[in-house]
Design a binder for this molecule. Structure first.
Ligand code: ZN
Length: 738
C-alpha cells in the first residue's frame, strides 16, 4: 500500500512504497485500492572537515544497531532518546554550517555537509520510525510513531531555513554530480518556500508542520485500525475450510470474527455466497476510521490549498507537479487521465455487463450489480470460465519456494546473490534477514552490497498491506559505499492446518513487484542519499516494480518459483499456466477504470480551491466512471492512505509509470527475459542511477530510442489496433480497495 513516510518535498525521508492498499497490487480483486541510487568515488570526506561527522555517525550507528543491522529491541523511552539524539546532532551540524563566514565556506563544508547531515539523520531515524509499522510492542510502536512525527517536523524546519539556503546557494559545484546535488537541494528548499519573503516563509513552514501532523495522525489511525465484522457460519458459506478454521470466534462461539485486513477482506469478498455478508464487509471496510480520518483529510486539503496559494500556484496539484515529477502540471496529468477514461469506457461497460449476465444466471430477478458483488462475481466467473481456483493454485506456491525461486530469477537477470543471515535478531521470529552480494559478470569477487528484511506474516498492529521500506539509504561514505538496508512488509496467509504459508498467483506477482522496489533501493550506486535508490520522480518510482511483474507469467520462471507444498518436484502444471494466461486480461477494463477513479479522485481533491467533501467527491467520480453505486454510507477516502502518505496529486503515477514499465519490458521481451546482458544494462542505466540523471535521458539510453506508449496501449487494449483482447494482457497492480 502506501508511502506513508511521505514527504516528497523532503526527499530523504520519503521511504516507503506501498503497494496498492490492500487488495491491490493484485489482479483478482475487483476491489481496488490504491496503494510507494552513485558514481565512483566522488569525494573523500576524510579530508574535508566532515571527518568528525563521519565518526559521529559511526558511533551512532554502533549504538543503534546490533550485528551491524537495524535494532528492534528497546527499553521504554530508549527509542525516543535515540531519535532525539539524532535530531540534536542534525541540528548542531546545520547550525555549524550556518555559522561559517563567507570566506570559510566551501562546497564541501556547506552543500556536502548538509547532504551528509540529512543522510545521517535518515539512517538514524528511518529504522526507528519503521517500528511504528512492524513492532508488536505497543510502547515501541508508539515511540516509533512519535519519532516519525518528530523527524517530519524537524525536516520541515530544516528545509525552511533561510540561513542554510543562502549558505549553499552561492556555492560552485566542481563536478556534474555536485551540480546535480546542488540543483536538487536548492529545488527542495525552494519548494519549501525559500523564494518567499520571511513572513510568508514562516507561514508556509507552519503549514507544512501542521500538514505533517495531520498526515501522521491519519496514518496512525489506519495502522492501529481493528475494524472487524462478526459473521455466522451460514453467512460465510463459500469460504475455504482453511480460512474458516483460522478465524477467531465470538465469546458465545456463534459467530466468527473477520478482520478488514486485506487477506481476510479479499477472501470473504471473493468467496462468500451471502450478499448481505459481503455488504457488511464492504460497509465496514469503507468505514475504517471514517469519522476521524475524513476530517483529517479534509483539513489537510485545506492546508495544502493554503500552501499552494502562498507559493503562487493555482492549486496543490500544480504545486506538487512543479518539481520532481515527469509530468509538468495538472493539465498534462488530466489530459493523460481523460484520454484513458474515454478509451476504457467501453471495456469497463463490457466487463460489468458480463458480470450482470452471470448474476442473472443464478438470480433471474437481478437488474444491476452492487459494488460488493463485483469481487465475488468476478472471481467466481473467472473460476467457472477458466477453471481456475486460487485455493488450488496456492498449493503450488509455498512462500519459501517462491522466495528462493525469485532469488534465482533476480540473480540471473541482475547479477546479484542472496543469502539468509542465520540467527539475525529481528523484531519477530518469522522475519528473515538476507544479504545481497554482487556477482555482476565483470565483478572480480563477490562483495556484500546491501541487506533486506522479509516480513511476510500478519501480526496484530502490523502494517496491513504490502510496502517496501528504505531503512538505510545507499551513498558514498568516506572511501566506501554505505550499504543500503530495506524491508518488504507484507501480509500473506499465515501457515495453518499443517500447511505452510501459501501464495496465490496475485500474491506472487505482488512479491515480484515489491522486490522490484527492493532492487531499486539496494542496487543503487548514486553518491548522495537524497538522490539514491528509489528517490526518483514519484510518477516513475513504480516503473521498475511494475516491469518486474511480467516475470511470473513465464513458464520457465514459474518452473523456478513453484513446487507443490506436499511434493516440491511437482511444478505448476502447464495447463494451469495456460488457463492463467488466458484469464490474464479478464476484467481489466473494470480494473483500470477503478485505477482511473482513484487517480481522478486524487486530482479532484488536489485541484480544488475551496472546501472539499471528500466522500461526496469520491462517490460521484466512482459512479460516473464505473456506473456502479458506491457503498451507501461508506467513507472510502478515510482509508485512502496514499493521499496522506506521499501520493497526493500522485496517484496517477501508477498509470503514468506503467507507460514506462511496459516500454522497458519490451527490451527484455525481445530477447530473453532472463538475459543477463539486458539485465546488466537495466541495472546500470535505471536501477543504479537513482535520481542522478533525468529519467527521459536514461530511458533513451536503455531503450535505444525515445519512450512511447505503444506497449502500454497494447496492454490496456486501447488505442488504434489494440482493442481486441489477446491473452497477453495486463495484470492489475498497485491499487487500493474500495
Ligand atoms: Zn509499488
Amino acid at each position: 500500500m502506501l508511502n506513508r513516510n511521505y514527504a516528497p518535498r523532503f526527499a530523504l525521508l520519503a521511504t516507503f512504497l506501498p503497494l496498492g492498499t490492500g487488495a491491490s497490487c493484485q489482479a483478482i480483486q475487483q476491489v481496488l485500492q490504491t496503494e510507494t541510487p552513485p558514481p565512483k568515488k566522488f569525494m573523500n570526506l576524510k579530508n574535508t572537515g566532515r571527518i568528525q561527522s563521519v565518526q559521529q555517525r559511526e558511533t551512532m550507528k554502533t549504538e543503534m544497531t546490533s550485528s551491524g543491522l537495524i535494532r528492534s529491541e528497546f527499553k521504554p523511552g530508549e527509542l525516543t532518546r535515540l531519535c532525539q539524539a539524532a535530531l540534536d546532532q542534525a541540528q548542531t551540524g546545520a547550525d555549524a554550517i550556518s555559522k561559517l563566514t563567507e570566506t570559510q565556506r566551501s562546497f564541501e563544508n556547506s552543500v556536502l555537509a548538509l547532504e551528509s547531515i540529512r543522510a545521517e539523520l535518515a539512517d538514524a531515524t528511518l529504522p526507528l520510525g519503521f517500528m511504528k509499522y512492524v513492532s508488536t510492542d505497543p510502547g515501541i510502536h508508539a515511540e516509533g510513531a512519535q519519532c516519525e512525527q518528530m523527524t517530519g517536523e524537524f525536516e520541515v524546519k530544516l528545509m525552511g531555513r533561510r540561513d542554510l539556503y543562502s549558505a549553499i546557494k552561492s556555492q560552485k559545484p566542481r563536478t556534474p554530480e555536485e551540480k546535480r546535488l546542488l540543483e536538487k537541494t536548492l529545488e527542495s528548499f525552494e519548494s519549501n518556500g525559500l523564494k518567499l519573503p520571511d513572513a510568508a516563509l514562516a507561514q508556509v513552514t507552519q503549514l507544512f508542520t501542521q500538514l505533517n501532523d495531520l498526515q501522521n495522525a491519519f496514518s496512525d489511525h489506519l495502522n492501529n485500525d481493528q475494524t472487524s465484522v462478526e459473521l455466522t457460519t451460514e453467512e460465510l458459506e463459500g469460504v475455504s475450510q482453511d480460512f474458516l478454521s483460522r478465524l477467531k470466534k465470538t465469546p458465545d462461539a456463534k459467530r466468527s470474527i473477520v478482520t478488514t485486513k486485506i487477506t481476510d477482506y479479499e477472501h470473504v469478498m471473493q468467496n462468500a455466497k451471502s450478499e448481505s455478508a459481503r455488504a457488511k464487509m464492504a460497509f465496514a471496510y469503507n468505514n475504517r476510521q471514517a469519522q476521524v480520518n475524513t476530517e483529517l483529510l479534509e483539513k489537510a486539503l485545506q492546508v495544502r490549498q493554503q500552501i499552494a496559494a502562498l507559493m503562487g500556484y493555482k492549486n496543490w496539484a500544480d504545486y506538487q507537479l512543479s518539481t520532481g515529477r515527469m509530468a509538468k502540471n495538472s493539465t498534462e496529468v488530466m489530459n493523460f487521465l481523460d484520454n484513458l477514461r474515454v478509451q476504457l469506457a467501453e471495456s469497463n461497460r463490457k466487463d460489468l455487463d458480463q458480470l450482470l449476465q452471470f448474476k442473472k444466471s443464478y438470480d433471474p430477478s437481478a437488474t444491476d450489480i452492487k459494488v460488493w458483488d463485483v469481487p465475488y462475481l468476478s472471481y467466481q466467473l473467472k473460476k467457472k470460465e477458466f477453471q481456475l481456483d486460487d485455493e488450488q493454485i496456492r498449493e503450488y506456491f509455498p512462500a519459501d519456494t517462491v522466495v528462493q525461486g525469485l532469488f534465482e530469477i533476480y540473480s540471473q537477470i541482475l547479477g546479484v546473490k542472496f543469502q539468509l543471515v542465520e540467527g539475525a535478531k529481528t523484531w519477530s521470529p518469522d522475519v528473515k534477514l538476507y544479504q545481497i552480494t554482487d556477482s555482476k559478470m565483470d565483478s572480480k569477487s563477490d562483495q556484500v552490497i546491501g541487506y533486506f528484511y522479509a516480513d511476510f506474516i500478519p501480526r496484530p498492529n502490523k502494517y496491513s498491506h504490502f510496502a517496501a521500506f528504505t531503512l538505510h539509504k545507499g551513498r558514498v561514505l568516506g572511501d566506501s559505499y554505505s550499504k543500503p538496508i530495506s524491508a518488504i512488509v507484507g501480509n500473506f496467509n499465515p501457515p495453518s492446518n499443517g500447511k505452510p504459508s501459501l501464495l496465490n498467483h496475485n500474491e506472487v506477482v505482488t512479491l515480484f513487484h515489491e522486490f522490484g522496489h527492493i532492487m531499486h533501493q539496494t542496487l543503487t550506486r548514486a553518491p548522495y542519499g537524497s538522490l539514491s535508490g528509489s528517490s526518483v520522480p514519484r510518477d516513475f518510482v513504480e516503473a521498475p516494480s511494475q516491469m518486474l511483474e511480467n516475470w511470473p507469467w513465464q513458464e520457465k520462471v514459474l518452473n523456478l518459483i513453484s513446487g507443490h507444498y506436499q511434493n516440491p518436484s511437482k511444478k505448476l502444471p502447464p495447463e494451469v499456466l495456460k488457463k492463467m494466461l488466458m484469464a490474464r486480461d479478464y476484467q481489466q477494463g473494470y480494473f483500470y477504470t477503478r485505477q482511473l477513479t482513484l487517480a481522478l479522485t486524487d486530482m479532484a481533491y488536489h485541484t480544488a480551491t475551496g472546501p472539499v467533501d471528500v466522500t461526496l467527491t469520491y462517490n460521484r467520480i466512482f459512479k460516473e466512471l464505473t456506473g456502479i453505486n458506491p457503498v451507501e454510507g461508506g467513507h472510502f477516502a478515510a482509508s485512502f492512505g496514499h493521499l496522506m502518505g506521499g501520493y497526493d496529486a500522485g496517484y496517477y503515477g501508477y498509470l503514468w509509470s506503467l507507460v514506462y514499465a511496459t516500454d522497458l519490458f519490451t527490451v527484455f521481451e525481445n530477447t530473453d527475459i532472463l538475459n543477463p546482458q539486458t539485465g546488466k544494462k537495466y541495472r546500470e542505466l535505471i536501477l543504479e542511477k537513482g535520481d542522478m540523471e533525468e529519467i527521459p535521458s536514461l530511458l533513451i539510453q536503455f531503450l535505444g530510442r525515445p519512450p512511447n506508449n505503444d506497449a502500454f496501449f497494447r496492454k490496456l487494449h486501447v488505442g488504434p489496433g489494440n482493442r481486441e483482447r489477446t491473452n497477453q494482457g495486463q495484470r492489475r497492480d498497485n491499487t487500493t480497495n474500495p
